[in-house]
Design a protein around this ligand. Sequence first.
Ligand code: G3H
Ligand code: 13P
Ligand code: ZN
Length: 284
Amino acid sequence: MALVPVTELLLKAEAGGYAVGAFNANNTEIVQAIAMAALQERSPVIMQASQGAISYAGLEYITGMVKLAADEYDVPIALHLDHGTDFDQVVKCIRSGFSSVMYDGSKHSLEENIAMTNKVLDIARPVGVSVEAELGKIGGTEDNVHVDAKDALYTDPEEARYFVEKTGVESLAVAIGTAHGQYKGEPKLDLQRLAKIKSLVNIPIVLHGSSGVPDDTIRSAIAGGVCKVNIDTNIREAFVWKMREVIAAKPDEIDPRKILGPARDAAVEVIRQKIRVFGSAGKA
Ligand code: G3H
Ligand code: 13P
Ligand code: ZN
C-alpha cells in the first residue's frame, strides 16, 4: 500500500470517534515494531521522524524503511515529519516521499508562524502532502509551567481560530498541559481549553507529549476532538529498559540481535496497548 497523507487518516478518525497514534520512528527496530503492532491490531498508524531522527538514521533510510513497511503490510501507514522547524528540511522530506509534514513555528510570533505555515502549505498542497502546524508552546517536562504562566504558553482558543482562518492548515497541535519526555508528576490537561479550541476550530487536533498521560485522560482528550496522539518517550523507555534487562541477565552477550530483538518485542507491546487506548484497533 502507498503511504497515505495524515489528513486522510485523521478525518476518518474524527468521524469514527477515535485517534490515530503517531509513533516516533528512530531506527530499524522501531519502524518494524510500529508496523508489526499496526498489523496485529489492524490499525492505521503514523510513523513520524523528527529532525533528530533524520540526522541520526539518514533521510533516505527513514523513507526507505517506512515505504517498505507500507508495501509489506496491508494497513494504512503515513510518513510524517515531526516538529519540522526548517523550511529546507520540509522540502527535502517532501522530495524524499513523506506523505505529511509538521511545520512547528511555535517559537515565532503569531504572524511569523502564519507566514511560514502558509509557505509550507504552498509547496505541500500541490503534491498532496498534508500539513500540521503548532500553536502555543508544548514544553519539555523540565520546563515547569506555573499556573500564572499558563495563558502565555498554552494555546489561546481565539488565536487558534484566527490561525486556522489565515492558513487553512489541516491539523493543529495545541498546548493544553502536556510536555515532551518523562513527567515528574501526573500531567493535568486543560480539557476546558481543548473544548473551547474545538468549538472554534473545525480541523483535527493533535496532542503532543502524550507518553505518561493516563489512559483515561487520553480518552477524554480524544472525546474532546484530539485525532492524532504523539508517542515517543514510552517507546524509548520500553526499548531501552528491555535492552538493559537483557544485558544485565546476559552480560557476555555480544550478538546485537539478541539484545535488540527483545527490545523490539517490548516496543510492539507498548504500541499495541496505545493503539487500543486510542480506539484505532480494528479500523484498518
Ligand atoms: O517531540 C519530540 C520527539 O520526542 C522527538 O524527539 O527530537 O529527540 O527526536 P527528538
Ligand atoms: P513524548 O515523547 O512525550 O511521547 O512526545 C512525543 C511527541 O510529541 C512527538 O512529537
Ligand atoms: Zn511533539
